[in-house]
Design a protein around this ligand. Structure first.
Ligand code: BG6
Length: 302
């Protein structure tokens, strides 16, 4: 059990960042400042909501999301680490690693000069995690909430030998109607099509979605744009330290099977994930570190 009053005494920012119990008894920190607002769950250091001040939500959180300790939450920005997708050799290990389902420690909170709020989290590997990942590794997640949402996921290798990780900021973006949305930035990229036995293909033109879509775009550090004429806005995704971009929408049948998407929830979301996936994993030398960094912003679209 977290001591919320101790957290508020140490890291609460009066009127800007409050630690409280959220849905399902999971602890969250609620941020509201002159530039934007967000909710972040301490489990997984998972951003659940974010909106620039006075604008509609940018991050999608399922209306049917389940908030259960130790289970992943459908929506927001799950942190996938230290592998992406199924584990390479052990089928019983959890998909997308364990970082998203364990509690993180809060190590800092501050108001920045421009009025944005920065939150710092650290993942201390417990015994169960070490059984899945027997490497001395330090993981931090720095989240800045303002007119932009910035996330910096930092992996430090404290081991004596090199480690190889996969990771992703598995962001669910809110859209007015997925059938009207265009994703730009991946034109000409090779990708693995999980809907077609992982076949390698090449993207022609912008990405549009009208059926279940699950793709890993390879060898791309490009920024992406989600054009949403219904909301008259464009979401700009900037990234660094990411060599793959995953685009995912489960469509009707799969979302019904998943049971936590809500009716027609799939119509209002798209995952555009800044990742290091498939062969684009990252090797970190002893003493070295890797940053997976993203910045999301919106702009009006005519
Ligand atoms: C995506 C994967 O990143 O995450 C999909 O490409 C997967 O294959 C999806 O279905 C959701 O995963 P999960 O574990 O959160 O249900």
């Amino acid at each position: 059990m977290t001591d919320l009053s101790a957290l508020n005494a140490r890291f609460g920012l009066s009127g800007q960042a409050v630690f409280k119990q959220g849905s399902g008894g999971l602890d969250v920190v609620e941020v509201a400042n002159s530039r934007g607002s967000a909710t972040v769950a301490l489990q997984g250091a998972q951003v659940l909501t974010w909106a620039p001040r006075g604008l509609p939500p940018v991050i999608w959180l399922s209306r049917a999301a389940k908030f259960v300790p130790g289970k992943s939450i459908r929506g927001g920005v799950p942190v996938c680490w230290p592998w992406f997708g199924p584990h390479a050799t052990v089928a019983t290990l959890p998909a997308h690693g364990f970082a998203r389902t364990v509690p993180w420690e809060v190590i800092g909170a501050q108001t920045l000069a421009d009025g944005a709020t920065r939150l710092d989290f650290r993942l201390v590997l417990n015994e169960a995690a070490r059984a899945q990942w027997p490497h001395a590794t330090l993981l931090e997640c720095h989240i800045t909430v303002g007119t932009a949402l910035e996330i910096d996921l930092v992996t430090r290798n404290a081991d004596r030998s090199a480690i190889t990780i996969g990771d992703a900021l598995h962001t669910y973006f809110e859209v007015s109607d997925i059938r009207q949305v265009t994703i730009r930035g991946l034109e000409g990229c090779p990708y693995l099509d999980k809907m077609d036995a992982g076949k390698r293909k090449q993207q022609a033109g912008p990405v549009t979605i009208g059926a279940e879509t699950d793709r890993i775009y390879l060898d791309t550090g490009a920024d992406c744009l989600i054009d949403d004429p219904g909301l008259k806005r464009r979401i700009r995704i900037r990234k660094r330290g990411s060599h793959s971009t995953v685009v995912w929408n489960p469509w009707i049948e799969k979302s019904v099977k998943m049971g936590d998407f809500g009716e027609d929830g799939y119509l209002n979301m798209v995952c555009v994930e800044s990742a290091n996936a498939a062969d684009d994993v990252v090797t970190i030398a002893p003493g070295g570190e890797h940053h997976l960094w993203v910045r999301y912003e919106t702009e009006p679209m005519n």
